[in-house]
Design a protein around this ligand. Structure first.
Ligand code: BGP
Length: 474
């Protein structure tokens, strides 16, 4: 049987890339898969403003061998992917679907055959519809239901999978689902539900981590956070209060349970400041204490740049441009507390998001200094762009190469300054469906020709990454 020592050891830095089930697999109802909340959203919701679904996506379901072959040829030693819960349990719980189990066995086995370390996320945004219909993550039974699903996956795949993630970005998922309203279940500015869902997600994560340990699985387990390291604009009048309010909103409900095994010390005070009261599990202290992670996954795209509240109503804006919105703003206003600031000295991508590599360094050093230097993997870092093939059939994504190399350099700088980073994953392995944006916003190292049976064509960045890894591997 494989051991953790086969997967991670001192001489092996994890260099890879990431996908997520809904975004790449397709086969949305193949071989017994149940409906997921994103299938429901894409097919039926009026909030799906771009009217795009991922029924086929880039067809990883049928082409996974090709993708793993390219990964291996590209010198990468690991693939981060997620399991679609509704493939294993079409109804969220109960009877296991053998078709789904077979698919992930095939993917995992093929990874290992090619020398690729599977890094498996249990929940990357796509809840089975059957559970969403029962209130989703607002349902107080969800932590246990998730834990049962996690245990099933550990039993099925834990002999071979050594790196596990409970949730991908629980905070961002709750934020988009209950506060911004652009992700299912599309609730807008519902602060109580935002925090309740996040609380239940973290409770479920802690339970799954404890179960993993009690099952004696030889592996490592973490949770992935959307890095929202806070930076306060220099003209802020109350920088300390703004910092702590924003840090609570964006980070602490994930980082404290995951890394310290408890809710933030300021939890009660902050619930009052945000004006919410949550249902809590009576034995939460024990649950969180036994659910500390082995590592933190950090999806590093940008920081949260904030300042004083300027007087407006609570609001959340997301950039709905189709790649022509460099100057369009997105962010939040939290009445009486703080709001997103705009730094016009920073470079931005076509969706108005900062491209600011030093955010990587700052986030890693902050984690080291404030949270006891935890083991960290950069589980996503990437650059979204509009791209097409040139007349020579090539995709010259120099812009991506420039961004990735600058971010990686900042990661290496933080590592040299003592941050405990053990891996780096590009988002994404190949082009795939971008939540709400459809398929025109591309992140891949490999181009997908959607018009031509999802043909795979390595981009210039794929070659660059291959050569970079070769020159940085011991
Ligand atoms: C992260 C998600 C990924 C991916 C990425 C890019 O937050 O974990 O699933 O989608 O963001 O985001 P987007 O596709 O919205 O540009």
């Amino acid at each position: 049987m494989r051991t953790l020592a086969d997967a991670i050891h001192q001489d092996k830095f994890l260099w890879g890339s990431t996908t997520a089930a809904y975004q790449c697999e397709g086969g949305w109802n193949a071989d017994g898969k149940g409906e997921g909340e994103w299938d429901f959203f894409s097919h039926k919701s009026p909030y799906n403003i771009n009217s795009v679904d991922a029924d086929v996506a880039c067809d990883f379901y049928h082409k996974y061998r090709e993708d793993i072959d390219l990964l291996a040829k590209g010198g990468q030693n690991t693939l981060r992917f997620s399991i679609a819960w509704s493939r294993i349990f079409p109804n969220g719980s109960g009877e296991i679907n053998q078709g789904g189990v077979d698919f992930y066995n095939n993917v995992i086995n093929y990874c290992l055959e090619k020398g690729i370390e599977p890094n498996v996320t249990l929940f990357h945004y796509d809840l089975p519809s059957a559970l969403a219909a029962k209130g989703g993550w607002l349902n107080m039974e969800m932590a246990d239901i998730f834990c049962d699903y996690a245990k099933t996956c550990f039993e099925l795949f834990g002999d071979r999978v050594k790196i596990w993630v409970t949730h991908n970005e629980p905070r961002y998922y709750a934020h988009c689902g209950y506060f911004v309203g652009n992700f299912p279940p599309n609730r807008h500015l519902d602060m109580t539900s935002y925090y309740q869902a996040l609380y239940n997600l973290m409770l479920g994560s802690a339970k799954a981590v404890a179960a993993f340990r009690s099952m004696g699985i030889d592996g490592t387990i973490g949770v992935v956070h959307d890095s929202g390291s806070i930076e306060v604009s220099p003209d802020t009048i109350n920088p300390n209060t703004v910092f702590s309010d924003a840090d609570f909103f964006f980070n602490r409900m994930v980082l404290c349970p995951a890394l310290e095994g408890s809710l933030p010390a300021e939890f009660d005070t902050m619930m009052k400041r945000f004006g919410v009261a949550l249902f809590q599990a009576p034995n939460e202290a024990d649950i969180f204490a036994s659910g500390k992670v082995d590592f933190l996954g950090l999806n590093l795209y940008n920081r949260q740049y904030v300042s004083d509240w300027q007087g407006g109503q609570t609001s959340a804006t997301n950039n709905r441009s189709k790649g022509n919105g460099i100057q369009k703003r997105e962010g939040v206003v939290i009445k009486h507390l703080f709001e997103t600031a705009f730094d016009d000295t920073v470079e931005r991508n076509r969706w108005g998001r900062e491209v600011r590599p030093e955010s990587m360094y700052n986030a890693l050093i902050e984690l080291k200094d404030r949270y006891g230097n935890p083991t960290v993997m950069i589980t996503e870092n990437g650059h979204g762009s509009l791209e097409s093939m040139d007349e020579y059939g090539e995709i010259a994504d120099d812009e991506r190469i420039e961004a990735l190399s600058a971010f990686i350099n900042q990661m290496i700088r933080a590592k040299n300054d003592g941050a405990n980073v053990c891996g780096y994953y590009v988002w994404s392995t190949m082009d795939l469906y971008s939540w709400v944006n459809g398929c025109s916003k591309r992140y891949g190292l490999v181009f997908i020709d959607y018009e031509n049976d999802c043909k795979r064509i390595p981009k210039k960045s794929w070659y660059w990454y291959r050569d970079f890894i070769a020159s940085h591997s011991s």
